[in-house]
Write a new protein. Sequence first.
Length: 414
Amino acid sequence: MSELILKGKAAKEASQSLSLAETNKKNAALVALSEKLLQEEERILEANQKDLMVAKKKGIVEAMLDRLRLTKERVAEMAEAVKQVASLKDPIGEVTNMWQNEAGLSIGKKKVPLGVIGIIYESRPNVTVDAAVLCFKTGNAVILRGGSDAIHSNQALVGVIRESLAHSGFPVDSVQLIEDTSRETAQELMRLNRFLDVLIPRGGSKLIQSVLETATVPVIETGTGNCHVYIDQDAEKEMAINITVNAKCSRPSVCNAIETLVIHEDVAAKFLPEIEQALAPYHVELRADAHALNYLSQAKLATDEDFQTEFLDFILAIKVVQSIDEAVAHINYYGTKHSEAIVTTNYFAAQKFQREIDAAAVYVNASTRFTDGFEFGFGAEIGISTQKLHARGPMGLSELTSTKYIIFGEGQIR
Protein backbone atom coordinates (compact mmCIF):
# COMPACT_ATOMS: atom_id res chain seq x y z
CA MET A 1 0.00 0.00 0.00
CA SER A 2 1.49 3.36 -1.04
CA GLU A 3 2.43 6.15 1.38
CA LEU A 4 -0.33 8.32 -0.05
CA ILE A 5 -3.08 5.75 0.43
CA LEU A 6 -1.98 5.29 4.04
CA LYS A 7 -1.98 9.06 4.56
CA GLY A 8 -5.33 9.35 2.82
CA LYS A 9 -6.94 6.74 5.07
CA ALA A 10 -5.47 8.38 8.16
CA ALA A 11 -6.66 11.81 7.03
CA LYS A 12 -10.18 10.55 6.39
CA GLU A 13 -10.38 9.07 9.89
CA ALA A 14 -8.96 12.25 11.43
CA SER A 15 -11.41 14.44 9.52
CA GLN A 16 -14.38 12.52 10.92
CA SER A 17 -13.21 13.21 14.45
CA LEU A 18 -12.13 16.78 13.73
CA SER A 19 -15.47 17.69 12.14
CA LEU A 20 -17.16 17.15 15.51
CA ALA A 21 -14.65 19.13 17.59
CA GLU A 22 -15.95 21.97 19.74
CA THR A 23 -14.89 25.48 18.78
CA ASN A 24 -13.41 26.36 22.18
CA LYS A 25 -11.20 23.26 22.11
CA LYS A 26 -10.00 24.04 18.57
CA ASN A 27 -9.23 27.61 19.59
CA ALA A 28 -7.29 26.48 22.65
CA ALA A 29 -5.26 24.12 20.47
CA LEU A 30 -4.45 26.97 18.07
CA VAL A 31 -3.32 29.28 20.88
CA ALA A 32 -1.09 26.47 22.14
CA LEU A 33 0.33 26.01 18.64
CA SER A 34 1.07 29.73 18.39
CA GLU A 35 3.13 29.50 21.57
CA LYS A 36 4.79 26.28 20.42
CA LEU A 37 5.98 27.92 17.17
CA LEU A 38 7.74 30.63 19.16
CA GLN A 39 9.25 28.06 21.53
CA GLU A 40 10.57 26.02 18.60
CA GLU A 41 11.89 29.04 16.68
CA GLU A 42 15.51 27.87 16.73
CA ARG A 43 14.58 24.40 15.43
CA ILE A 44 12.52 25.94 12.61
CA LEU A 45 15.21 28.44 11.58
CA GLU A 46 17.94 25.77 11.59
CA ALA A 47 15.87 23.64 9.22
CA ASN A 48 15.22 26.67 7.02
CA GLN A 49 18.95 27.41 6.82
CA LYS A 50 19.49 23.93 5.33
CA ASP A 51 16.97 24.73 2.59
CA LEU A 52 18.55 28.13 1.93
CA MET A 53 22.03 26.63 1.63
CA VAL A 54 20.82 24.10 -0.95
CA ALA A 55 18.92 26.78 -2.86
CA LYS A 56 21.94 29.09 -2.99
CA LYS A 57 24.11 26.26 -4.34
CA LYS A 58 21.51 25.78 -7.08
CA GLY A 59 21.83 29.46 -8.00
CA ILE A 60 18.26 30.39 -7.07
CA VAL A 61 17.68 34.13 -7.61
CA GLU A 62 17.28 36.41 -4.59
CA ALA A 63 13.59 37.09 -5.19
CA MET A 64 12.87 33.35 -4.97
CA LEU A 65 15.16 32.95 -1.97
CA ASP A 66 12.99 35.56 -0.27
CA ARG A 67 9.95 33.29 -0.71
CA LEU A 68 11.86 30.50 1.00
CA ARG A 69 13.56 32.48 3.78
CA LEU A 70 12.32 32.39 7.37
CA THR A 71 13.50 34.88 10.00
CA LYS A 72 12.64 35.48 13.64
CA GLU A 73 10.22 38.14 12.46
CA ARG A 74 8.52 35.79 10.00
CA VAL A 75 8.19 33.02 12.58
CA ALA A 76 6.63 35.60 14.91
CA GLU A 77 4.26 36.64 12.11
CA MET A 78 3.26 33.00 11.57
CA ALA A 79 2.58 32.59 15.28
CA GLU A 80 0.51 35.78 15.33
CA ALA A 81 -1.48 34.59 12.29
CA VAL A 82 -2.29 31.35 14.14
CA LYS A 83 -3.48 33.32 17.16
CA GLN A 84 -5.63 35.53 14.96
CA VAL A 85 -7.28 32.50 13.34
CA ALA A 86 -8.10 31.28 16.86
CA SER A 87 -9.86 34.59 17.53
CA LEU A 88 -11.99 34.46 14.39
CA LYS A 89 -15.55 33.20 14.31
CA ASP A 90 -15.81 29.49 13.58
CA PRO A 91 -18.12 29.03 10.57
CA ILE A 92 -18.71 25.32 11.19
CA GLY A 93 -22.25 24.58 12.35
CA GLU A 94 -23.54 28.03 11.39
CA VAL A 95 -27.04 27.93 9.90
CA THR A 96 -27.03 30.74 7.36
CA ASN A 97 -30.67 30.60 6.33
CA MET A 98 -33.88 28.96 7.50
CA TRP A 99 -37.28 28.91 5.76
CA GLN A 100 -40.48 26.93 5.53
CA ASN A 101 -41.78 25.41 2.31
CA GLU A 102 -45.40 24.81 1.27
CA ALA A 103 -45.40 21.37 2.87
CA GLY A 104 -44.52 22.90 6.23
CA LEU A 105 -40.95 21.59 6.28
CA SER A 106 -38.40 23.82 8.02
CA ILE A 107 -35.32 23.88 5.76
CA GLY A 108 -31.95 25.26 6.80
CA LYS A 109 -28.52 25.71 5.24
CA LYS A 110 -25.68 24.65 7.53
CA LYS A 111 -21.94 25.13 7.05
CA VAL A 112 -19.90 21.93 7.32
CA PRO A 113 -16.25 20.99 6.64
CA LEU A 114 -15.16 20.01 3.15
CA GLY A 115 -13.50 16.89 4.60
CA VAL A 116 -9.94 16.15 3.49
CA ILE A 117 -8.08 18.90 1.63
CA GLY A 118 -4.88 18.40 -0.36
CA ILE A 119 -2.55 21.37 -0.80
CA ILE A 120 0.24 21.40 -3.40
CA TYR A 121 2.53 24.41 -3.09
CA GLU A 122 6.04 25.65 -3.76
CA SER A 123 8.82 27.30 -1.77
CA ARG A 124 6.92 29.28 0.86
CA PRO A 125 7.10 27.62 4.29
CA ASN A 126 4.53 30.03 5.75
CA VAL A 127 1.93 28.30 3.56
CA THR A 128 2.49 25.16 5.63
CA VAL A 129 1.28 26.86 8.78
CA ASP A 130 -1.45 28.94 7.13
CA ALA A 131 -2.96 25.90 5.40
CA ALA A 132 -2.74 23.68 8.47
CA VAL A 133 -4.43 26.10 10.87
CA LEU A 134 -7.18 27.21 8.49
CA CYS A 135 -8.05 23.61 7.68
CA PHE A 136 -7.91 22.65 11.36
CA LYS A 137 -10.19 25.50 12.46
CA THR A 138 -12.78 24.51 9.86
CA GLY A 139 -12.71 20.83 10.84
CA ASN A 140 -10.83 19.70 7.72
CA ALA A 141 -7.91 17.28 7.70
CA VAL A 142 -5.12 18.35 5.34
CA ILE A 143 -2.42 16.57 3.36
CA LEU A 144 0.40 18.97 2.49
CA ARG A 145 2.77 18.54 -0.42
CA GLY A 146 5.36 21.33 -0.47
CA GLY A 147 8.22 21.81 -2.88
CA SER A 148 11.58 20.10 -2.56
CA ASP A 149 13.27 23.48 -1.97
CA ALA A 150 11.51 23.82 1.39
CA ILE A 151 11.46 20.20 2.54
CA HIS A 152 13.53 20.70 5.73
CA SER A 153 11.49 23.75 6.75
CA ASN A 154 8.22 21.94 6.10
CA GLN A 155 9.32 18.86 8.03
CA ALA A 156 10.19 21.02 11.03
CA LEU A 157 6.95 23.02 10.87
CA VAL A 158 4.69 20.01 10.45
CA GLY A 159 6.59 18.26 13.24
CA VAL A 160 5.85 21.19 15.56
CA ILE A 161 2.19 21.26 14.49
CA ARG A 162 1.66 17.53 15.02
CA GLU A 163 3.37 17.60 18.42
CA SER A 164 1.18 20.51 19.47
CA LEU A 165 -2.01 18.79 18.22
CA ALA A 166 -1.15 15.62 20.15
CA HIS A 167 -0.57 17.65 23.31
CA SER A 168 -3.98 19.30 22.83
CA GLY A 169 -5.73 15.95 22.41
CA PHE A 170 -6.41 16.06 18.67
CA PRO A 171 -5.53 13.38 16.09
CA VAL A 172 -2.04 14.11 14.76
CA ASP A 173 -3.08 12.95 11.30
CA SER A 174 -5.29 16.03 11.01
CA VAL A 175 -2.13 17.52 9.45
CA GLN A 176 0.19 15.39 7.32
CA LEU A 177 3.15 16.15 5.08
CA ILE A 178 4.14 14.19 1.99
CA GLU A 179 7.91 13.98 2.33
CA ASP A 180 8.47 12.41 -1.08
CA THR A 181 8.61 15.49 -3.31
CA SER A 182 8.85 13.57 -6.59
CA ARG A 183 6.63 14.43 -9.52
CA GLU A 184 5.13 10.94 -9.47
CA THR A 185 3.92 11.35 -5.89
CA ALA A 186 2.42 14.73 -6.71
CA GLN A 187 0.52 13.19 -9.62
CA GLU A 188 -0.73 10.38 -7.38
CA LEU A 189 -2.04 12.99 -4.93
CA MET A 190 -3.88 14.72 -7.78
CA ARG A 191 -5.80 11.49 -8.42
CA LEU A 192 -6.50 10.50 -4.82
CA ASN A 193 -10.29 10.82 -5.26
CA ARG A 194 -11.00 8.05 -2.78
CA PHE A 195 -9.71 10.16 0.11
CA LEU A 196 -9.39 13.79 -1.04
CA ASP A 197 -12.47 16.00 -1.26
CA VAL A 198 -10.70 18.95 -2.86
CA LEU A 199 -7.21 19.87 -4.09
CA ILE A 200 -5.79 23.40 -3.88
CA PRO A 201 -2.58 24.25 -5.79
CA ARG A 202 -0.69 27.32 -4.60
CA GLY A 203 2.28 28.51 -6.64
CA GLY A 204 3.39 29.61 -10.09
CA SER A 205 1.56 29.21 -13.36
CA LYS A 206 3.39 25.99 -14.32
CA LEU A 207 2.37 24.25 -11.09
CA ILE A 208 -1.24 25.37 -11.32
CA GLN A 209 -1.53 24.41 -14.98
CA SER A 210 -0.03 21.00 -14.25
CA VAL A 211 -2.61 20.39 -11.52
CA LEU A 212 -5.50 21.55 -13.70
CA GLU A 213 -4.42 19.23 -16.53
CA THR A 214 -3.66 16.18 -14.35
CA ALA A 215 -6.02 16.17 -11.38
CA THR A 216 -9.14 14.05 -11.18
CA VAL A 217 -9.82 15.43 -7.69
CA PRO A 218 -11.91 18.65 -7.73
CA VAL A 219 -9.55 21.66 -7.89
CA ILE A 220 -9.82 25.22 -6.62
CA GLU A 221 -7.58 27.29 -8.90
CA THR A 222 -5.41 29.83 -7.09
CA GLY A 223 -2.52 32.11 -7.27
CA THR A 224 -1.08 33.05 -10.65
CA GLY A 225 -0.74 36.81 -10.45
CA ASN A 226 -0.09 38.72 -13.65
CA CYS A 227 -1.29 41.91 -11.93
CA HIS A 228 -1.41 45.50 -13.22
CA VAL A 229 -1.51 49.09 -12.08
CA TYR A 230 -3.21 51.48 -14.49
CA ILE A 231 -2.28 55.16 -14.12
CA ASP A 232 -5.17 57.17 -15.47
CA GLN A 233 -4.91 60.58 -17.15
CA ASP A 234 -6.40 62.09 -13.98
CA ALA A 235 -3.96 60.42 -11.58
CA GLU A 236 -2.10 62.30 -8.86
CA LYS A 237 1.58 61.87 -9.70
CA GLU A 238 3.06 61.26 -6.24
CA MET A 239 0.38 58.70 -5.44
CA ALA A 240 0.93 56.94 -8.77
CA ILE A 241 4.67 56.68 -8.15
CA ASN A 242 4.28 55.41 -4.57
CA ILE A 243 1.70 52.78 -5.50
CA THR A 244 3.76 51.56 -8.48
CA VAL A 245 6.94 51.20 -6.42
CA ASN A 246 5.16 49.43 -3.58
CA ALA A 247 3.20 47.09 -5.85
CA LYS A 248 6.35 46.07 -7.74
CA CYS A 249 9.17 46.28 -5.23
CA SER A 250 7.93 45.63 -1.68
CA ARG A 251 8.01 41.88 -2.37
CA PRO A 252 8.23 41.01 -6.07
CA SER A 253 8.20 37.25 -5.53
CA VAL A 254 4.56 37.10 -4.40
CA CYS A 255 1.42 36.73 -6.50
CA ASN A 256 -0.07 40.12 -5.59
CA ALA A 257 2.94 42.07 -6.90
CA ILE A 258 2.38 43.82 -10.24
CA GLU A 259 4.07 42.68 -13.43
CA THR A 260 2.85 45.40 -15.82
CA LEU A 261 2.35 49.15 -15.50
CA VAL A 262 -0.32 50.53 -17.84
CA ILE A 263 -0.30 54.32 -18.23
CA HIS A 264 -2.40 56.86 -20.14
CA GLU A 265 -0.53 58.67 -22.92
CA ASP A 266 -1.54 62.10 -21.55
CA VAL A 267 0.66 61.62 -18.45
CA ALA A 268 3.28 59.17 -19.75
CA ALA A 269 5.86 61.84 -20.67
CA LYS A 270 5.52 63.51 -17.28
CA PHE A 271 5.24 60.45 -15.03
CA LEU A 272 7.44 57.75 -16.55
CA PRO A 273 10.86 59.44 -16.04
CA GLU A 274 10.07 59.93 -12.35
CA ILE A 275 8.72 56.38 -12.01
CA GLU A 276 11.94 55.07 -13.56
CA GLN A 277 13.94 57.14 -11.08
CA ALA A 278 11.90 55.84 -8.14
CA LEU A 279 12.40 52.23 -9.28
CA ALA A 280 16.16 52.66 -9.84
CA PRO A 281 17.25 51.88 -6.25
CA TYR A 282 15.60 48.46 -6.63
CA HIS A 283 17.38 47.79 -9.96
CA VAL A 284 14.10 47.03 -11.71
CA GLU A 285 14.51 45.95 -15.33
CA LEU A 286 12.03 47.82 -17.52
CA ARG A 287 10.51 46.28 -20.65
CA ALA A 288 8.46 48.94 -22.39
CA ASP A 289 6.38 49.24 -25.54
CA ALA A 290 7.59 51.51 -28.34
CA HIS A 291 5.65 54.53 -27.05
CA ALA A 292 6.95 54.21 -23.47
CA LEU A 293 10.55 53.82 -24.64
CA ASN A 294 10.51 57.51 -25.65
CA TYR A 295 10.34 58.53 -21.98
CA LEU A 296 12.71 56.02 -20.39
CA SER A 297 16.50 56.04 -20.33
CA GLN A 298 17.15 52.40 -19.27
CA ALA A 299 14.53 50.15 -20.86
CA LYS A 300 14.31 47.60 -23.62
CA LEU A 301 11.49 46.90 -26.04
CA ALA A 302 8.81 44.66 -24.57
CA THR A 303 7.55 41.60 -26.39
CA ASP A 304 4.05 40.18 -26.28
CA GLU A 305 5.42 37.43 -24.05
CA ASP A 306 6.52 40.04 -21.50
CA PHE A 307 2.93 41.20 -21.11
CA GLN A 308 1.86 37.60 -20.50
CA THR A 309 4.55 36.78 -17.93
CA GLU A 310 4.37 36.56 -14.14
CA PHE A 311 8.01 37.55 -13.57
CA LEU A 312 8.09 37.19 -9.75
CA ASP A 313 11.25 39.30 -9.95
CA PHE A 314 12.44 42.90 -10.29
CA ILE A 315 11.16 43.15 -13.86
CA LEU A 316 8.33 45.43 -14.98
CA ALA A 317 6.57 45.62 -18.34
CA ILE A 318 5.15 49.01 -19.36
CA LYS A 319 2.27 49.73 -21.74
CA VAL A 320 1.05 53.18 -22.88
CA VAL A 321 -2.65 53.41 -23.79
CA GLN A 322 -4.82 56.08 -25.38
CA SER A 323 -7.89 55.56 -23.18
CA ILE A 324 -9.26 53.77 -20.14
CA ASP A 325 -11.12 51.46 -22.53
CA GLU A 326 -7.80 50.37 -24.02
CA ALA A 327 -6.38 49.89 -20.52
CA VAL A 328 -9.32 47.71 -19.46
CA ALA A 329 -9.08 45.67 -22.68
CA HIS A 330 -5.33 45.11 -22.19
CA ILE A 331 -5.70 44.07 -18.54
CA ASN A 332 -8.65 41.74 -19.17
CA TYR A 333 -6.75 40.09 -22.04
CA TYR A 334 -3.39 39.60 -20.31
CA GLY A 335 -4.38 39.47 -16.64
CA THR A 336 -4.92 36.32 -14.63
CA LYS A 337 -8.02 37.62 -12.79
CA HIS A 338 -6.07 38.13 -9.57
CA SER A 339 -5.60 41.79 -8.54
CA GLU A 340 -5.75 45.00 -10.60
CA ALA A 341 -5.51 48.66 -9.61
CA ILE A 342 -6.31 52.08 -11.03
CA VAL A 343 -4.78 55.34 -9.84
CA THR A 344 -7.13 58.23 -10.57
CA THR A 345 -8.91 61.24 -9.07
CA ASN A 346 -11.80 60.76 -11.52
CA TYR A 347 -14.77 59.12 -9.78
CA PHE A 348 -16.34 57.94 -13.04
CA ALA A 349 -13.06 56.38 -14.26
CA ALA A 350 -12.72 54.57 -10.93
CA GLN A 351 -16.26 53.22 -11.12
CA LYS A 352 -15.81 52.14 -14.74
CA PHE A 353 -12.57 50.31 -13.90
CA GLN A 354 -14.10 48.46 -10.95
CA ARG A 355 -17.19 47.56 -12.99
CA GLU A 356 -15.42 46.32 -16.12
CA ILE A 357 -12.23 44.67 -14.86
CA ASP A 358 -12.61 40.89 -14.46
CA ALA A 359 -10.52 40.07 -11.37
CA ALA A 360 -10.91 38.76 -7.84
CA ALA A 361 -9.75 42.08 -6.34
CA VAL A 362 -10.02 45.50 -8.00
CA TYR A 363 -8.42 48.51 -6.30
CA VAL A 364 -8.85 52.25 -6.62
CA ASN A 365 -5.85 54.28 -5.44
CA ALA A 366 -4.20 51.45 -3.48
CA SER A 367 -1.48 48.87 -4.03
CA THR A 368 -2.36 45.37 -5.20
CA ARG A 369 -0.12 44.09 -2.40
CA PHE A 370 -3.12 44.24 -0.05
CA THR A 371 -4.72 41.15 -1.63
CA ASP A 372 -3.91 38.97 1.32
CA GLY A 373 -5.97 37.07 3.85
CA PHE A 374 -4.23 38.70 6.80
CA GLU A 375 -4.77 42.20 5.38
CA PHE A 376 -8.43 41.43 4.65
CA GLY A 377 -8.97 40.39 8.26
CA PHE A 378 -9.19 36.64 7.64
CA GLY A 379 -6.20 35.86 9.88
CA ALA A 380 -4.48 33.89 7.16
CA GLU A 381 -5.40 32.45 3.80
CA ILE A 382 -5.27 29.16 1.99
CA GLY A 383 -4.58 31.02 -1.26
CA ILE A 384 -6.06 33.59 -3.62
CA SER A 385 -8.75 31.98 -5.75
CA THR A 386 -8.81 33.32 -9.31
CA GLN A 387 -11.74 31.20 -10.42
CA LYS A 388 -15.45 31.93 -10.04
CA LEU A 389 -16.86 28.68 -8.65
CA HIS A 390 -17.24 28.22 -4.86
CA ALA A 391 -14.70 30.88 -3.82
CA ARG A 392 -12.96 33.94 -5.27
CA GLY A 393 -10.21 36.13 -3.84
CA PRO A 394 -8.42 35.45 -0.53
CA MET A 395 -9.74 32.16 0.84
CA GLY A 396 -10.28 32.28 4.57
CA LEU A 397 -12.31 30.11 6.91
CA SER A 398 -15.70 30.46 5.25
CA GLU A 399 -14.30 29.37 1.87
CA LEU A 400 -13.13 26.07 3.39
CA THR A 401 -16.66 24.97 4.15
CA SER A 402 -19.43 23.24 2.25
CA THR A 403 -23.18 23.20 2.78
CA LYS A 404 -25.52 20.68 4.31
CA TYR A 405 -29.28 21.15 4.16
CA ILE A 406 -31.01 20.31 7.42
CA ILE A 407 -34.77 19.65 7.23
CA PHE A 408 -37.27 19.38 10.10
CA GLY A 409 -40.71 17.86 9.56
CA GLU A 410 -43.75 16.63 11.47
CA GLY A 411 -44.48 13.47 9.53
CA GLN A 412 -44.89 15.04 6.07
CA ILE A 413 -44.85 12.72 3.06
CA ARG A 414 -44.82 13.64 -0.64
